[in-house]
Write a protein that binds this ligand. Structure first.
Ligand SMILES: [Zn+2]
Length: 226
């Protein structure tokens, strides 16, 4: 694998932080972002800082076992979840976690985003399960996401928020945006009283596109019951 350079990782983390805050995915100091720069090294965001207003000096470089390699700020306590995701998935290059409101509503209800409403969502994102409840920043939070690694592209975290990962941090951010978009479509469908997922046959066809589109995980969202 080739990873981002330190400079690219820092630039992308700062940009994702600005977008996350501007889109209302993270209130106050919520959310955290990381980028892999080596087989055993990541850059990540500090604790107690709004992700919309970060500067380069606030970021922290860590080894995958959690030791600080560079930087003087305290890393987010939720970085344990990021480290676990990188250890479980050697091809993972970026992780983005936030509390986007519609996704958070599904997470609070314990309801997965598992219905096949839209074509591209089936191919690119797939199903988004709910990882079981864990205290913030705990070892249990890291444990709760581990069983899903390599199977899906992101998760809702019960009563907490959402997390997505990808080969680099920008694509992890795009996936987090897709999770919130899908949650919003699911919300509209339900509140308008519509529930009309794709048929199983349509889903079969869409899943054949995944290899050409470079998608290696995502499971199978649920189709229409006829
Ligand atoms: Zn959080």
């Amino acid at each position: 694998m080739t990873w981002l350079t330190d400079e690219q990782a820092i630039r992308d983390i700062l940009e994702i932080g600005r977008r996350m805050y501007a889109r209302g995915f993270a209130a106050g100091n919520d959310g955290n972002i990381s980028a892999r720069v080596g087989d055993c090294e990541i850059w990540t965001t500090p604790s107690g800082v709004s992700k919309g207003f970060m500067t380069e000096d606030m970021l922290v470089k860590l080894s995958l076992d959690g030791n600080v390699l560079k930087g003087s700020w305290k890393p987010s306590s939720e970085v344990k979840m990021h480290l676990r995701l990188y250890r479980e998935m050697p091809d993972c290059g970026g992780v983005v976690h936030a509390h986007p409101p519609v996704s958070a509503a599904f997470a609070a209800a314990g309801v997965p985003l598992d219905q096949a409403y839209l074509q591209e969502s089936v191919v690119l994102l797939g199903e988004i399960p709910v990882a079981p409840y864990a205290m913030p920043g705990s070892e249990e939070l890291a444990e709760s996401v581990a069983p899903f690694c390599g199977k899906v592209n992101g998760l809702l975290l019960e009563h907490h928020g959402a997390v997505a990962w990808a080969a680099d941090p920008i694509h992890a951010w795009y996936r987090l945006e897709s999770i919130e978009y899908n949650a919003t479509v699911a919300m509209y469908s339900r509140t308008m009283g519509f529930h009309r997922p794709l048929t199983e046959e349509q889903i079969d066809g869409l899943l054949t596109l995944r290899p050409a589109w470079g998608v290696t995980a995502g499971g199978r969202p649920k189709g229409r019951e006829e």
